[in-house]
Design a protein around this ligand. Sequence first.
Ligand SMILES: [Zn+2]
Length: 248
Amino acid sequence: MDAPVAIFAGLLLACGSVCAQVPESGRTQELRFSADEVDARMEDRYIDRTVGLAAAGRLDEDRALLARLRYISAELIRAAVELKPEAAQWQWEVHTTSDPEVDAICMAGGKILVGSAFVHQLDLTDGELATLLGHEVAHVVAEHHRETFSEAMLLNRLPVVPLDVVMARLDSDLSLQIRLSKLSSMQESEADHLGMVLVHRAGWAAQDMVSFYRKLAASEQSALVSSAYPATASRLSMAQGMARLFGE
Ligand SMILES: [Zn+2]
């Protein structure tokens, strides 16, 4: 962290926000809710989700995939902690589900859920799977959930309201979601870049990353491809550019 930013970090600004900085990119964020509060709420959501999937018999049925995810995520988590030391205190969890609606998510605080149908549809190798996980882990390293909730409150000009209220509003208010789409799109690009840095630091070859984005571009119907994401062709170009930066 740069010295001037370090001075600001953790200090409450006049508007009631905390100024933070995204690792690697150095982008400044204005954050309103505490990381502990956001992590706790997202953990509740993760538990609800995984308990529901378990009850439906759709959690961790693919034991081979679960073992791959655990092995691959261990090094990514080590790389994440290098960039964000607080991540060492998170209760990281990894699960897989056969729910076809799920591609991959990582909730604030390190809660990972990967859809087996998505992985098998793209026939991902370990290095490509690391790239998928790297993108998701990058979202939490960059505190994108916390930033989105903070921005939602600012955009709606809400008075200081509890996080639960903001989260419920975000789930149900389409116009708010649309107004946040520019932020979402920027976060997706940032997660692609930061994710590749994590995957590189975890020891995977840049060609695995390029190959992942090539497969994604070839599979346009994928649920991972939404309007919030940059076009898959530009994501592939980005991956090829990053591979050159890594000297591969
Ligand atoms: Zn993403």
